[in-house]
Design a protein around this ligand. Structure first.
Ligand SMILES: N[C@@H](CCC(=O)N[C@@H](CS)C(=O)NCC(=O)O)C(=O)O
Length: 214
């Protein structure tokens, strides 16, 4: 059995952070597909009792340890592997600062926006979509400005802050209805730098469930 199991599904940018990290560090891992869309698996009592009380993917299993929250998973894997690890307290806190900003205001908004556009049972309310789009534009502009100054979020080397930011940034522009790279050139250039790292793979190639099972 592989060393790590990751509960995930192809459309999840939150899970992509963990899957990408496992690949980038060359870990021996296998995905466990979560039937998020059709089965509503994360909302079932069984999932919440046995897999994650928070009702979310990703979940990383490592022997008798289990971790949820992609930021925690990234930290754990960086500490174990020594890769993409911020060095020293200042860098650690700086990486954490960007991971929290990303979770709340970048990928934390891109995920629900894309869900409302593509898969919500009741079509997304235009006013809600417009509100989210405004917030997303503002957050992406902040990230773009940062990446105009340094090649990676925390300086010259990629760290877990960059792996976190990758979340939804490689999914097709059609799924958002706008082109992140075209609107934010420094993010487009950063995307290419991350893509060039050994072990990088697209979320639809890395995690099961794409195309969506009928
Ligand atoms: N902050 C969490 C977010 C996880 C998350 O929201 N995952 C989604 C899938 S992309 C989920 O499981 N949502 C279930 C729900 O909200 O009911 C992380 O980074 O791991």
């Amino acid at each position: 059995m592989p060393e790590y199991q990751l509960y995930c599904f192809a459309q999840s940018g939150n899970a992509y952070r963990a899957a990408l990290m496992l690949n980038l560090i060359g870990a021996d891992w296998e995905p466990v597909w979560v039937d998020f869309f059709k089965g509503g698996e994360t909302r079932t009592p069984a999932y919440r009792a046995q897999v994650n009380e928070m009702g979310e993917a990703p979940v990383l299993v490592h022997g008798d340890k289990k971790f949820t929250q992609s930021g925690v998973i990234l930290n754990y894997l960086a500490k174990r592997s020594g890769k993409y690890l911020p060095q020293g307290e200042d860098e650690e806190l700086e990486a954490l600062r960007w991971i929290i900003f990303d979770n709340q205001k970048v990928n934390g908004l891109l995920g629900p926006y894309r869900f409302l556009k593509n898969w919500a049972k009741a079509a997304g309310d235009p006013a809600v979509l417009a509100f989210l789009k405004g917030r997303i534009d503002g957050s992406l502009s902040i990230i773009n400005k940062r990446l105009e100054k340094t090649p990676f979020l925390v300086g010259d080397r990629p760290t877990i802050a960059d792996v976190s930011l990758a979340g939804y940034l490689y999914y097709p522009a059609e799924e958002f209805g706008f082109d992140i790279g075209k609107d934010h050139p420094a993010i487009a250039a950063w995307r290419e730098r991350i893509k060039a790292l050994p072990g990088w793979a697209h979320p639809y190639d890395l995690m099961p469930g794409h195309p969506m099972p009928q």
